[in-house]
Design a protein around this ligand. Structure first.
Ligand code: ADP
Length: 411
């Protein structure tokens, strides 16, 4: 089955066309037929579509005023003779949507009907930046592909297994009851995918006692403790702001510091949101960049603020790893994923340096050689298996959409 995977932002659309079915899933041979990005929707939108099987990239600029027009144009591109990965829209068996917030209602992916749509819309209040564009994407695809089943795959769903002691803040309980103020966690599709791959990597798939930590380190960063395939704690909270230091987000912060800055700098709510989400993190600390590659280069040239930003990043991650080892009562395996986790040997090394007494050892040769592909980086026989596991959220979204349409259980 060809599944169209959509990830809609406020003025952007990421999409993939993935061929999947039960046999392909069993053999791990799902095919990404196309990967595309549309930027600047609402004006002169820029389309970039890679066709991995052909080694071809299509580019074009077109006036595209809304998400529906972007979806229609993307489908046309996929049907063009020089792309030809789609013979017609009837070729698409399902659409899978990345939906950021499923609140407490969704602990797994679902097919979208009117009732599900209302439930997703009811999360607008707690995810005002993310859920509205996701719903736009759904409406666009429903109009462009009438009658094709559509699935929602939630970033929060995997973390719905967190116990109350992990998801409650130390605030008056009434605020949880009245406004849903609690930790939800995000990046759930990535943590679910990576933890399942890691379990397989160590030959302990479906082992209910397996204790795993997954580190998703991209522009956004989060870490999750997983026991027997279930998330038991994760670093992002009510919003994706909490936890690790990220490209432009502060991560953990005393809320009183934000209130103080609001007063001192005379900032309003929007400005403080932007400060914490867009101008902090690696970028804010270094004053150089939010990009880890640029920071490592600046540090090598002697830039002290690039160094301190990287130090905070690795230290915070190391602290969470220690905390989650305590949460899990020990550790069997740990995975690095995301652009930084998959590609940066120095960050992996710096984070875990000197933790041999906790069973965490990195083999320098293996670590240096592991870039972008699944690979073990701990020495053979080490108490904790440490691996690079490339994440693939789109693949899991496509598989979930396929399974829901085929009436198969979600793995
Ligand atoms: P997103 O969260 O937007 O999907 P990615 O997962 O692609 O982002 O991660 C982007 C981050 O990965 C950037 O900070 C980038 O610098 C970092 N990155 C990519 N390749 C490398 C590398 N070779 N060394 C260090 N960092 C890298």
């Amino acid at each position: 089955m060809k599944v169209l995977v959509l990830n809609c932002g406020s003025s952007s659309l990421k999409f993939q066309l993935i061929e999947t079915d039960q046999e392909r899933i069993a053999r791990d041979e799902d095919l990404a037929l196309a990967r595309g990005l549309v930027d600047n929707i609402g004006s002169d939108a820029v389309f970039k579509v890679e066709l991995p099987g052909r080694g071809v990239t299509l580019r074009e600029t077109a006036e595209v005023l809304d998400h529906k027009a972007a979806v229609v144009r993307a489908l046309e591109l996929l049907m063009r003779p020089d792309a030809a990965v789609l013979s017609g829209s009837a070729d698409i068996g399902a659409v899978g949507h990345r939906v950021v917030h499923g609140g407490e209602r969704f602990s797994a992916s679902v097919l979208i009907d009117d009732e599900v749509l209302r439930a997703i819309e009811s999360c607008f209040d707690i995810a005002p930046l993310h859920n509205p564009p996701n719903v736009k994407g759904y409406r666009a695809a429903r109009e462009a592909l009438p009658g094709v089943p559509q699935a929602a795959v939630f970033d929060t769903a995997f973390h719905q297994t967190l116990p109350a002691k992990a998801y409650l803040y130390g605030l008056p309980y009434v605020l949880y009851e009245r406004h849903g103020i609690r930790r939800y966690g995000f990046h759930g599709t990535s943590h679910r995918y990576v933890s399942a791959r890691l379990a397989r990597h160590v030959g302990r798939e479906k082992d209910p006692s397996l204790r795993v930590i997954t580190c998703h380190l991209g522009n956004g960063c989060s870490i999750t403790a997983v026991r027997g395939g279930r998330s038991i704690d994760t670093s992002m909270g009510f919003t994706p702001l909490e936890g690790l230091l990220m490209g432009t987000r502060s991560g953990d912060l005393d809320p009183a510091a934000a209130l103080h800055v609001m007063r001192k700098e005379e900032l309003g709510e929007r400005e403080v949101q932007a400060l914490l989400n867009k101008h902090s993190g690696l970028l804010g600390l270094s004053g150089v960049s939010n990009d880890m590659r640029a920071l490592l280069e600046a540090e090598a040239k002697g830039n002290p603020r690039a160094k301190v930003a990287i130090d905070v990043f690795c230290y915070r991650l190391r602290k969470y790893i220690g905390a989650y080892m305590a949460t899990l009562g020990g550790l069997d395996a740990l995975a690095f994923a995301g652009g930084i986790g998959e590609n940066s040997a120095p960050i992996r090394e710096r984070t875990l340096h000197g933790l041999e007494a906790l069973g965490l050892a990195v083999d320098p040769g293996r670590n240096a050689g592991a870039n972008g592909a699944e690979a073990r980086i701990s020495p053979d026989g080490s108490p904790v298996a440490i691996a690079v596991i490339p994440t693939n959220e789109e693949l899991l979204i496509a598989r979930d959409a396929y399974r829901l349409v085929a009436g198969l259980p979600l793995a």
